[in-house]
Each structure stands twice: as C-alpha cells, then as structure tokens.
Design a protein around this ligand. Structure first.
Ligand SMILES: Cc1cc2nc3c(=O)[nH]c(=O)nc-3n(C[C@H](O)[C@H](O)[C@H](O)COP(=O)(O)OP(=O)(O)OC[C@H]3O[C@@H](n4cnc5c(N)ncnc54)[C@H](O)[C@@H]3O)c2cc1C
Ligand code: FES
Length: 291
C-alpha cells in the first residue's frame, strides 16, 4: 500500500474563523475560453506559501478591495502549493474586477474552506469523474492527485462536456491526459465545429460508452445544477451505491466557514458541510427545487 499524503482537512491560513484576507499576487493569466481565465496566484508572504495546503475540491474566498468577494475553487495541483490556480468565469463584479487587475495585481485570499472530494475512499476503486463546463475546475486537482498516486486506484475515467470545442477548459492538458494512457478521457461537445472529430451531445451520453462496475466505482460529479441531478441519478440507476456518488454544489457565499447562513442548503451549509457532498447525505433534499 502506498503512503497517501495530506488527505486530512487542512486548516485555513490565519486560523479557522478568518474574515481577514491575505495578499496574493497574480503571476500569470491563462485564457481558457472567451469568458474564462486561469489565474496563477502566489502569496506575497513566503511563510504562507510554505504553510498552505489544500484538499482537492476545497475553495478560497477571493477578495478585491472596494468590490467584494467570490468563492472560487482551487484548480491546481495539491502537491505543488507554492502557487495556486483559480479558473474563473467572468460573470460579475468580483470576477471581472480580478480580470481587470491582470498580471502583477494583488488580490486578498481566505481559505482553504470546505470539504473536498473523498480522496481517502478511493483505494482499489475505479474512479469516474463527470464534469460539465467550468465544473472541471474543482476536479482538476483530483486528476493531478490520481496521476500522482496512480497505483492507489484501478481505472480512472474522465467524462467531460462543454458547449463547443473552443469552450473546453485545459484543452491541451485534456489531450495530454488522453494520450498518456493512465486515464481514459472522453470529451463531448453540444455543438461541433468542422474540425471536431469527437462525440457530440450531452455529457451524460458518454456514460453509455463506459462499463461501470457499480460496487467498485466512486463517482465525482460537478457541473450545472441540472447536470448534477441527471448524472447522479443515472449513476444510481446503474446501481452505484449512493455512498459512492459525490457531487459538488454551489451557493452564494459570504463568510465561507459556517457563520453567516448565506449558503444554507436544507439543514446544511454548503461552505462548511460541502461543497462536496456524498449523495447518501443529501438524498432527501437533492431533488427539491425550493432548496
Ligand atoms: C464553493 C464554490 C466554488 C466556486 N468555484 C468557482 C470557480 O472555480 N470558478 C468560477 O468562475 N466560479 C466559481 N464559483 C461561482 C462564483 O463564486 C460566483 O460566480 C460568484 O458569484 C462570482 O462573483 P461576481 O461578483 O463576479 O458575480 P456576481 O456579481 O455575484 O454575479 C453577477 C451576475 O452573474 C450571475 N452569475 C453568478 N454566478 C454565476 C455563474 N456561476 N454562472 C453564470 N452566471 C452567474 C448572477 O446571477 C448575476 O446576475 C464557485 C462558487 C462556490 C459556492
Ligand atoms: S457562507 Fe456563511 S455560512 Fe456558508
């Protein structure tokens, strides 16, 4: 058995109940698609760079003075924490202001917060990762982790769907992972271009192309609300036990650590009890529209 490093939940920088953002510099900005960029950040304080650890699936609160804060998943390699990547869709005031800052700009950062993916429940299992659109961002650290600990699990399948080939996040990495052979990567698009030779259609259609050994599979899903529902439901229909299906959810956030109630989800708080939930723990509220 291999030794798995740091899969416990790391303490947020500056302690658990922190409202105080720590300065981090934007080192690089990578364009993913027309409205999404990956920002490579580094703490200004060298000591914090050494201390900071995260579990795949956790998020940081990114703060801009005079603008506000947004919850953003960490999308980089959990084994390399000298820099952190955040893949951000530019949808509103905070995310657009981060983009306007550009390379060299300073943002405030709090975290890491939340419960991540079940990295301690994967040993000897097949792992199926299903993502839609920007939902691949919180799963990218899982992929790095699995590549690092490849002997720990059996088959790894990535099913990814987006609107067009140009909308793919991490397009070069997806191609490299597919060529590498350590993982099975299937990508589908809603609307193909002339050059696209891969599958066309919704990402859940890709499930028909794989054989799922239900009892021995752990599933991780992240995408828009409707995709989360359909995908989770389809895996349950394939007899994957609810205890082995995990979904990452989004809610508006404020504190990020279970104090303000903004991210209430039934009796739970998404920031504190999630954002990754085991289906078995939320089965009674998952399909309710009003929650
Ligand atoms: C745990 C967690 C992890 C997250 N991880 C990421 C991440 O990795 N990358 C990322 O880009 N976002 C992520 N988000 C979503 C992000 O926090 C929100 O999009 C946030 O509202 C953006 O802040 P803003 O001030 O730019 O937009 P706001 O001013 O809050 O919103 C402006 C407008 O955009 C709309 N809007 C808000 N969110 C979205 C959305 N997701 N899609 C489309 N329209 C939207 C709103 O309805 C509003 O009309 C995450 C959220 C949570 C809870
Ligand atoms: S964001 Fe404050 S309780 Fe979750």
């Amino acid at each position: 058995m291999i030794q798995i490093q740091s899969i416990g939940r790391p303490e947020p920088i500056c302690g658990m109940d922190t409202w105080v953002p720590v300065p981090a510099r934007i080192l690089e900005v990578r364009e993913e698609n027309f409205n999404t960029r990956t920002f490579i950040l580094q703490f200004v304080d060298a000591k914090l760079r050494e201390m900071y650890r995260f579990v795949p699936g956790q998020f940081n609160m990114i703060y801009l003075s005079g603008v506000g804060e947004a919850a953003i998943s960490i999308s980089s390699n959990p084994h390399q924490t000298q820099t952190l990547a955040h893949t951000i869709r530019l949808v509103g005031s905070v995310t657009r202001a981060i983009d306007r800052l550009g390379v060299g700009g300073i943002v405030g950062l709090r975290g890491p917060f939340g419960h991540g993916w079940p990295m301690d429940k994967l040993e000897g299992k097949d792992v199926v990762i299903l993502a839609g659109g920007i939902g691949l961002a919180p799963l990218r650290p899982v992929i790095y982790w699995l590549l690092h600990h490849r002997e720990h699990v059996k088959r790894v399948v990535i099913l990814y769907g987006c609107r067009t080939p140009e909308d793919r996040l991490y397009a070069r990495e997806l191609e490299a992972w597919a060529e590498n052979g350590a993982l099975d990567v299937l990508v589908t698009v809603d609307n193909a271009t002339r050059e696209w030779t891969g599958p066309v259609g919704v990402v859940t259609n890709l499930m028909r192309r794989i054989k799922v050994s239900a009892e021995h599979t752990v599933v991780m899903v992240c995408g828009p609300r409707i995709l989360n529902r359909v995908a989770a439901w389809n895996f349950l229909q394939l007899h994957v036990p609810p205890t082995q299906v995990y979904v990452s959810l989004e809610r508006n956030m404020n504190c990020g650590f279970g104090r303000c109630g903004h991210c209430q989800y039934g009796p739970k708080f998404v920031c504190r009890d999630g954002p990754v939930f085991c289906f078995a723990d939320i089965a009674d509220i998952f399909a309710k529209e009003e929650i």
